[in-house]
Design a protein around this ligand. Structure first.
Ligand code: SF4
Length: 216
């Protein structure tokens, strides 16, 4: 089956499973800033640790101004559950300063400007664009990278930027949000890194990984 048709099956499956989670995005500046800071907090740690750190931080400081008013010690203490908290505290301070001074307190709306911020890589920039500003941009995380490669839509050796470009080329823009969100959930629930649940997966008919298992 052609890749375009396999993608259609995948999009249909993801819409069916996760379609209800689609929301009206494009958040207020304060909320976009929180998306950005949460994404920095989430680097190299588990979701539950990110959540604990964010729940400590945002009731105290949820704008660049408020973050800059915190002492380093206080900020470090608040975000301690997020793993390498000293490094993250420095980044959060620098990001807040730049946003305040260079962008008048508004989180930038282009990938180029976002990746110039300290500690902001491609994935973080794409998350902020997509889930904060509501600007379609597929963010490639571990699940978004693994699932399409297993199915055979993307070469195993492709770099994350190639994965992003291929997905954005294969999937209609109107579906980027649900596919991005859906692939992450699907990767957590079904196409897990170890022992994917192929026996209950409706993509198995079109999946390279599953065909290989059958041949073993
Ligand atoms: Fe993942 Fe298995 Fe489904 Fe393929 S068949 S997408 S490997 S869960």
């Amino acid at each position: 089956m052609k890749k375009k048709n396999i993608v259609k099956k995948l999009v249909k499956l993801l819409k069916k499973r996760y379609g209800k989670t689609v929301r009206n995005y494009s958040l207020s500046n304060r909320e976009v800033f929180k998306v950005l800071i949460t994404t920095i907090l989430s680097q190299r740690t588990r979701d539950e640790n990110t959540e604990r750190a964010a729940n400590n931080l945002f009731p105290v400081a949820d704008t660049p101004e408020k973050i800059l008013k915190l002492s380093h010690k206080k900020l470090e203490k608040l975000i301690r559950p997020s793993g390498p908290y000293r490094q993250k505290a420095k980044r959060i301070k620098s990001v807040s300063k730049i946003i305040l001074e260079k962008y008048k307190g508004k989180v930038p709306k282009t990938r180029k400007e976002l990746i110039e911020l300290p500690g902001v890589g491609f994935k973080t920039a794409d998350v902020v664009l997509m889930y904060g500003h509501g600007i379609p941009s597929i963010a490639v995380d571990t699940h978004t990278n693994r699932v399409p490669k297993r199915i055979g839509l993307i070469d195993e050796k492709a770099h994350v930027e190639e994965v992003k470009a291929t997905l954005e080329n294969l999937i209609p823009k109107k579906d980027w949000y649900i596919v991005n969100l859906g692939l992450v959930q699907f990767g957590r629930e079904i196409c897990q890194p170890i022992r994917p649940k192929c026996e209950i997966c409706t993509m198995s008919k079109y999946c390279n990984y599953y065909s290989k298992i059958l041949l073993e």
